[in-house]
Design a protein around this ligand. Structure first.
Ligand code: C2E
Ligand code: CA
Ligand code: CA
Length: 923
């Protein structure tokens, strides 16, 4: 429009028919109207473009303004057409109408979306010119007017068609935009859709549209959207993978329970519980079979509470059966995520394996319980020996509570003498060097009493091997000491007479010999046997006999300067140890005195009894230099007195005819016996009470004497010991035992252990470990099958060497058994020094175990104490069912005795074992 106005001005300025005033006014009016219109249109366009509704809202003010200004422009152009139609203006004939026609065509296109605007513009600009030409001109003007009209009609028709098409296009465009908007809003749903149908390309959505420009536009928009969706999908997938990885790594199992369909989706179920996907259980109903029966009510409760909305979370710990069959602890945690009509629709949660935590917690709890309830006092100290913690039993023993001692040094928390503090200093040094200390201390309780304490302290190290704390454990030895004393008394004193028993006697004699040896002094042993006691005992009964024995003991004591030199060996045999005497005549004097005292009648239960005694004397060092020899000699001297009618005493001399003859004869016979293979080994089974089977036997030597028959050890072992033959016999026994083991093995009787008895000489002379080792090698027998039995008196001689020798034997794998326990020192603290595995309670305690409360107490105490020292206990001499019942009830580990079997020869023993084996197979 403006271009045309400019051109008109250039051409019309010099035309005289057109006044300049009109031209300027006309030009100004058009420029003004067009300017306003453009400004408004521009503003409107920017204000409403975002709203993207490009079709016109006909109710708006600006639309009416737009139509008015368009019409105004048309009118102004129409007015221009009339004026430039003046006859002298060349321009009016051709140029102006042509330009108007061109403007109309342009308007048809420009206003294609707004047909009224086109109509107003075209009609107002074209019609005035036509009318003017029609009415004012000649034929020429009429032709022009008709041409103007025809052109106008065609343009209107074309403009209308174009308008309709444009409307269609705009409609389509809106439609597409709304699709895109819809897709945009539903992108997440589409991802899901695509995920499920595995469709990776959604371009088919746009299929069916015609391949027009709009289609291409739509397709490109849809493709852009698809790409965006794919990117989003990709990201979601990566996130999901990351989440899965995180879940697996964190040892969590994820579950998602749809309560409506009761379908459970599990993730990492296998990782936690070992079940494959197809073995996964449903939720409550099926899970029940996996949850520990004790825990299931808990799980159900927690679930019910949460579903009822009582709890914010569902959280419970319970045991589940792992695929491998073992129980594992899981923490199950969940929450309802969807509700419908106040009913839970969907629950999501996690399983977590907490077995390790649980184990540690349980262990910690256990440790704490032990700490507080153990019957040993425990305390924890820092590196400066200040108390950090003490347990309940610490308070029980010492009287001090944790508050009393907290942060106090172990040296200062109670009043103790400097010597005790010095001892703790020493312990501290020892701990810093070796990390461990144990020993006995005399400590003081809160009430001021002192008490013996057995203390063990360990250093606790940190990662860098620095001491972090000390842990001490102690027990109050008072009661143990008391019961040990009692046990010792019971075990070493004779209950009838109150005198020392055989074992105490042996210890005393042993000590006396050592003393005499060191001081080069003399020693005499009196062996006293009552005359005629046995027939009296048989006639009047045991109770009566016991009274005679106790009366006789009193008389002995009355004669002797001190009671602790007298012992009762058994039945009616007594001994007296005399040291510090000057001459044998002094001893003889005492013997006469004793005989005289015993001759006087005893009156018991108003019955007068005439006894008497025979005495034998052996002297150190004149006759004997060893305990057993001394005893044997005194015994044979006593026998001599007896043979000569009783009520007499004899000193042992080499001239004792019979004895010496016997001895020499026996010695030669015994030497021969070894070479003639008259030494035989019998076996007596030991019953293991843990499984009621015979898994070990004791080897007992016998002498198959050519004329006297099968002799038991007491007939020849003392002589063998005296003459030094016992070692040789011992070797024969071990060899025979090995042969027997091979035989039993060949018979398929399993590995039976055999114990052999060793005498003092075997242990103290020569290298016993080596001797045994050689024989075992020769027969290719495993050392584990061998045990050795020793008596306490053997241990007490030369302690240092004995321990060394026993350690060697034990190192080979041979167990060590302490025989006849209870008849010797029986001190347990002393026993700790020796490498011992088993205690064998002497048969003298077992004999009356069910009738004599003293014996019962001793046996009980021995068993308990042995166990506290980690030793096994067996009992020998078990003859009656009552014995067995008692021992079993009190935790004895094994028994041996006639109730099980007497000693048997190898063949009979094999038969017994075979019987046991077939019984076991049948059972
Ligand atoms: P011991 O080691 O105390 O052996 C147990 C003795 O008690 C055996 O006597 C056995 O027959 C016997 N006995 C077994 N059960 C009962 C029972 O229920 N009641 C009773 N009253 N006695 C039972 P044995 O065979 O006469 O042996 C006597 C001692 O000879 C043994 O006492 C042991 O110290 C010693 N001895 C045995 N064999 C050897 C050996 O090879 N070498 C050495 N140096 N000494 C041996
Ligand atoms: Ca034995
Ligand atoms: Ca024994």
């Amino acid at each position: 429009v403006l271009g045309m106005v400019f051109l008109t001005n250039v051409l019309a300025w010099n035309q005289s028919a057109i006044s300049h005033t009109f031209l300027i006014s006309w030009t100004f009016a058009i420029v003004f109207v067009s300017g306003i219109k453009l400004t408004v249109f521009y503003r409107h366009y920017h204000a409403h473009h975002e709203a993207s509704n490009s079709s016109f809202d006909k109710t708006k003010l600006w639309y009416r303004f737009f139509l008015s200004t368009t019409a105004l422009t048309g009118i102004l152009l129409g007015i221009g057409g009339i004026f430039f139609r003046a006859p002298d203006v060349q321009l009016g004939y051709i140029l102006f109408p042509t330009a108007l026609a061109g403007l109309s065509l342009s308007a048809a296109v420009l206003f294609s979306s707004c047909f009224p605007a086109f109509l107003l513009f075209t009609v107002f600009s074209m019609l005035p010119f036509g009318f003017y030409a029609f009415f004012t001109d000649s034929a020429e003007g009429i032709t022009l007017a008709i041409a103007d009209l025809i052109f106008l009609l065609f343009v209107i028709f074309a403009a209308h068609k174009l308008h309709l098409f444009t409307l269609g296009f705009l409609h389509l465009q809106n439609h597409i935009l709304s699709i895109v908007k819809f897709m945009d809003q539903n992108r997440s749903k589409l991802v899901e859709l695509q995920d499920q149908s595995q469709v990776t390309n959604i371009s088919p959505l746009s299929a069916g549209l015609s391949p027009t420009k709009s289609y291409q536009l739509l397709e490109s928009m849809v493709e852009a959207g698809t790409q965006e969706l794919l990117n989003a999908y990709q990201e979601v997938r990566q996130n999901k993978e990351r989440l899965e990885l995180a879940i697996t790594a964190s040892n969590l199992g994820l579950w998602d329970w749809d309560l409506v369909s009761d379908h459970v989706y599990y993730q990492n179920f296998e990782g936690i519980l070992g079940y494959k996907e197809d073995e996964e259980p449903g939720f409550m109903a099926h899970l029940q079979s996996l949850v520990h029966p004790e825990d299931f009510p808990l799980v159900r409760h927690a679930m019910a509470d949460h579903l009822k909305g009582k709890t914010r979370f569902y959280l419970v710990e319970y045991r589940v059966k792992h695929k491998s069959g073992k129980w594992i602890w899981v923490e199950d945690r969940g929450k309802v995520v969807e509700w419908k009509n106040k009913r839970a629709k969907r629950l999501i949660g996690t399983h977590r394996d907490i077995s390790v935590n649980k184990d540690t917690t349980e262990q910690l709890q256990l440790a704490a319980t032990v700490f507080d309830n153990i019957s040993e006092a425990i305390f924890i100290l820092d590196t400066e020996l200040n108390f950090i913690s003490v347990n309940n039993y610490f308070t029980t023993i010492t009287g001090y509570t944790l508050t009393d001692v907290h942060h106090c040094s172990i040296m200062d928390y109670r009043h103790v003498p400097e010597s005790v503090k010095a001892q703790y200093e020493e312990i501290h040094n020892h701990l810093n060097r070796y990390g461990f200390w144990q020993g006995e201390l005399l400590e003081r309780r809160k009430n001021g009493d002192t008490y013996p304490q057995w203390l063990q302290i360990n250093a606790i190290y940190d990662d860098k091997n620095n001491i972090r704390q000390y842990v001490g454990i102690f027990s109050d030895l008072t009661t143990r000491k008391e019961s040990e004393e009692q046990l010792r008394y019971l075990a070493t004193y004779d209950s009838i007479t109150g005198l020392a028993n055989r074992s105490l006697f042996k210890n005393r004699l042993h000590a006396a010999i050592n003393h005499a040896r060191q001081n080069h002094s003399k020693l005499a042993l009196l062996y006293i046997d009552l005359d005629r006691f046995k027939p009296i005992n048989d006639t009047y009964g045991h109770e009566f006999g016991d009274k005679i024995l106790s009366a006789a003991a009193e008389r002995l004591i009355s004669v002797m300067p001190s009671a602790d030199t007298i012992s009762r060996l058994g039945s009616d045999e007594f001994t007296v140890i005399l040291d510090n005497y000057i001459s044998s005549s002094q001893v003889a004097e005492l013997c006469e005195k004793l005989i005289k005292t015993m001759k006087a009648p005893f009156i018991i239960n108003n019955i007068e009894i005439a006894l008497g005694c025979s005495i034998g004397v052996s002297e150190y060092p004149r006759n004997a230099k060893e305990l057993q020899t001394m005893l044997n000699q005194a015994d044979s001297a006593m026998y001599q007195s007896k043979r000569l009618g009783g009520n007499s005493y004899h000193f042992f001399t080499g001239n004792l005819q019979t004895y010496t003859l016997d001895k020499v004869k026996l010695e030669t016979q015994l030497r021969k016996a070894i070479f003639e293979d008259e030494i035989v080994v019998y076996f007596q089974p030991k019953l293991n009470l843990a499984n009621d089977t015979i898994d070990s036997v004791e080897a007992l030597v016998r002498w198959d004497h050519p004329t006297d028959g099968m002799l038991t050890p007491d007939n020849f072992v003392p002589i063998a010991e005296e003459t030094g033959l016992v070692s040789a016999i011992g070797e024969v026994v071990i060899g025979k035992v090995c042969q027997q083991l091979i035989d039993w093995r060949n018979k398929g009787l399993g590995s039976i252990k055999v114990s052999i008895n060793l005498s003092a000489q075997q242990i103290h002379k020569g290298d016993m470990a080596k001797v045994i080792g050689n024989i075992l090698d020769k027969y290719q027998i495993d050392a584990n099958l061998l045990e050795v039995e020793l008596t306490e008196s053997i241990l007490m001689e030369d302690v240092h060497e004995t321990v060394a020798s026993l350690n060697k034997i034990r190192a080979m794998g041979i167990s060590i058994l302490l025989d006849d326990f209870g008849t010797g020192y029986s001190s347990l603290s002393y026993l700790k020094k020796f490498p011992i595995d088993v205690l064998k309670i002497d048969k003298s305690f077992v004999e009356d175990i069910d009738t004599d409360p003293d014996d019962a107490a001793i046996v009980k105490a021995i068993i308990a104490m042995a166990h506290s020292l980690d030793l096994s206990v067996i009992a020998e001499g078990v003859e009656r069912n009552e014995h067995l019942a008692f021992l079993r009830a009190h935790g004895c580990d094994g028994v041996q005795g006639h109730l099980i079997s007497e000693p048997l020869n190898g063949a009979n023993m094999a038969e017994l074992l075979l019987k046991q084996k077939s019984a076991a197979n049948a059972g």
